[in-house]
Design a protein around this ligand. Structure first.
Ligand code: ATP
Length: 473
């Protein structure tokens, strides 16, 4: 892991954003918990996504489907048969690896050593073998290239096998007729199986969308890079149902809308890029990712996919229930086509953290602060009496009362004012409000701004309006 990512991970832990899960037992790989400021930040991101999807678009409504679904769902979606990664085990270390990742990492190493041509040939060979689903060929490539296990250092590899990423569990008691069900690996299917329920009960007309935020589970084998790839994570997905033939226009439109959303959140344009998929999944007729430049390179944050009528058609086949919509405008029954936008809440969280993390070093002072857009900052303002006496705490509490019903506010009276400012910088609070003796006389306070550290004098009566304006999106 590179140095910058390491700094961000330890900052996230030290200042109450993200901890390893069940840390007292040395953690659980690829599972994380969110702390006091982390949960606020994550909730703010989710709320912002939800509001810009459902409230701003009058033709998008939300649902909250269950994590457990009828097992046939995952037959119809293709996950039982093809949601696989090619895995290989080293016989000496007994460690399991993703075969494709082993090859890619070896190619990256060759490239670093200046063996660019060799690296290119290796990745091209891998792509050909994966395309042909030639698993024996992938193993031969690993052995013949002399790729060694990072732990044992040997080339003693097993065969390559497909490994399904879905977690399964049992419903019902084992003695009776227990049956295997899965923890959903994506939230999308909960939307597809409810397509007609929502369309009818919310009285929607095509084109319309259904949005959902919820947990998804994948048994990721290569689990690294902090919360970038987790085994339990949260997705924010929106499936937009359109008339067949209009899908590529909608696809373009959604790609643009989503890119603008990221820009509005303060992510700089040069850190974002679109990446069109060259190789499309069997169900898609267009697909792209929005990528962000993480400390470990440009990586997918959000996917925008034109999924055709694949899912609804497949559910119609498996359920024997018609999944058609009657379109009065063209007087026709059809299965709508779908454009989906799919983003991981945790991955967006990581983007936000990486983007906000700022180390400022100059001759006079150095400081670290989190430059969050005020709309998503976990704490909006800290109310700080400059001393603990002379009635300043009481006055400061009056201000807390004034603001706390609308904003997440912190009150702090311990330590010097400079130390308290520094602490708020570390959790990304945009405004520090200092209450001093003058406040008692004229009802004004000092606002200290996080990014510039500039201070200004403002009337208490103006505070609510000022914060509301700055934290609106
Ligand atoms: P990747 O190629 O990174 O595995 P994917 O193409 O499988 O991702 P999708 O199935 O399209 O991802 O999922 C949509 C979004 O869900 C991704 O853009 C990402 O933000 C998020 N996501 C997917 N898998 C994970 C995971 N294991 N941990 C955290 N977020 C994830």
């Amino acid at each position: 892991e590179n140095a910058q990512l390491k700094d961000i991970i330890s900052h996230a832990k030290e200042y109450g954003f993200v901890y390893p899960s069940s840390e007292i037992y040395d953690g659980l790989q690829a599972v994380y918990d969110y702390g006091a400021y982390g949960v606020e930040l994550k909730n703010n991101l989710k709320r912002l996504w939800w509001e810009t999807m459902t409230r701003v678009h009058e033709n998008i409504v939300g649902i909250d489907a269950a994590i457990f679904m009828h097992p046939t769902t995952w037959k119809a979606s293709g996950h039982v048969d093809s949601f696989n990664d090619p895995m290989i085990d080293n016989k000496d270390s007994k460690k399991r690896y993703r075969a494709d990742v082993l090859v890619e990492e070896h190619a990256a190493k060759l490239e670093n050593e200046g063996k660019v041509e060799e690296a290119k040939q290796l990745t091209a060979a891998l792509a050909r073998l994966l395309e042909a689903e030639d698993l024996a060929g992938v193993r031969d490539l690993i052995v013949n290239t002399g790729i060694t296990c990072p732990i044992s250092g040997t080339t003693n590899w097993t065969d390559v096998r497909q490994f399904n990423l879905m977690f399964s569990t049992q419903v019902g008691s084992v003695a009776e007729d227990a049956s295997t069900i899965y923890l959903r690996p994506e939230t999308a299917q909960g939307i597809f199986v409810n397509f007609l329920n929502v369309q009818k009960t919310a009285r929607m007309k095509v084109p319309f969308g259904i949005a959902q935020i919820g947990k998804a589970f994948r048994n990721e084998i290569v689990a690294r890079q902090f919360i970038f790839r987790m085994r339990e994570f949260e997705q924010m997905e929106m499936q937009f149902f359109v008339r067949p033939g209009t899908e590529l226009d909608w696809y373009k439109q959604w790609a643009e809308t989503r890119m603008n959303w990221h820009l509005a959140l303060g992510t700089p344009a040069e850190k974002l890029r679109k990446h069109d998929h060259e190789k499309l999944a069997h169900y898609a007729n267009a697909a792209m990712d929005i990528e962000y430049e993480f400390p470990f390179g440009f990586k997918e944050v959000e996917g925008i996919h034109s999924r055709t009528d694949f899912d609804l058609k497949s559910h119609q086949e498996f359920s024997k229930k018609k999944q058609q919509y009657f379109d009065p405008e063209v007087n026709q029954n059809y299965i709508p086509y779908v454009i989906e936008t799919s983003i991981g809440a945790d991955r967006l969280f990581l983007l936000t953290l990486c983007n906000a993390y700022t180390e400022e070093k100059s001759e006079e002072k150095s400081r670290t602060y989190l430059k969050f857009h005020p709309a998503i900052a976990p704490v909006k303002a800290a109310i700080l009496p400059i001393t603990k006496k002379d009635g300043l705490p009481e006055k400061a509490q009056e201000i807390v009362e004034l603001l706390k019903y609308d904003f997440n506010i912190i009150y702090e009276e311990a330590a010097s004012i400079g130390k308290r400012y520094a602490r708020q910088d570390l959790i990304g609070t945009p405004f520090c409000i200092a209450v001093d003796h003058q406040t008692l006389e004229d009802n004004t306070v000092t606002i200290r701004h996080r990014d510039t550290t500039e201070q200004e004098r403002v009337a208490i009566s103006e505070l609510h309006g000022r914060i509301a304006e700055a934290t609106s999106f």
